[in-house]
Design a protein around this ligand. Structure first.
Ligand SMILES: [Zn+2]
Length: 184
């Protein structure tokens, strides 16, 4: 997939927005229908299954369907790559210490956009905007190794209460199957 550092990204076909309004208008419209059929589930904020899932933001990965999850079951923490950044540790820390989760599931996937870019992305970005980003791109070549590194970051975090049940997987976007990665 084409990635660019350019600020002007093509918006795609207009018919994706049902012919009128912006895509956000379409989402807001869909929400009105959702709310019309919605009944208060009467839950509190603590995930029923006491699990937090950290996954890539990839549009082909529907976490709830792929894992048989229902509303209220889990925390989902997503970013580009499903990388365990300081901010993911922040969310996991709150998830465990304030909201009672005990297990962590990490999900990366085949065909990730981060495999097709390099740390050069960061350099190009700096050249373009005249400022070096404070974050790492976290590009990778070997998805299995990237999952192992993510598991290691979770397991060694001093802030987390529960690091005994941390498992990592690669989701195959073509078959829908998860493949578990052995920790190093
Ligand atoms: Zn991805």
């Amino acid at each position: 997939m084409g990635m660019t550092t350019s600020a002007s990204v093509p918006t795609g076909p207009q018919d994706a927005t049902s012919g009128h309004g912006t895509v956000t208008d379409r989402l807001v419209e869909a929400n009105q229908q959702y709310a019309a059929a919605f009944t208060d589930p009467g839950m509190d904020a603590r995930p029923v299954l006491q699990v937090a899932v950290v996954a890539c933001m990839d549009a082909r990965l529907d976490l709830h369907d792929a894992l048989g999850l229902a509303l209220g079951d889990c925390h989902t923490i997503r970013n580009a790559g499903g990388v365990v950044t300081d901010d993911v540790i922040r969310s996991l820390t709150i998830s465990q210490r304030a909201l009672g989760t005990r297990s962590v599931v990490l999900i990366h996937h085949t065909g990730c956009g981060l495999e097709s870019i390099t740390e050069e992305f960061r350099h190009d970005l700096e050249m373009e905007v005249g400022q070096r980003p404070g974050w790492a791109v976290e590009a990778f070549r070997d998805v299995d190794q990237d999952v192992r590194q993510s598991m290691q970051r979770v397991r060694t975090s001093p802030f987390l209460l529960h690091t005994d049940d941390v498992r990592g997987f690669v989701f195959d976007v073509r078959t829908g199957l998860l493949r578990e990665i052995d920790p190093a």
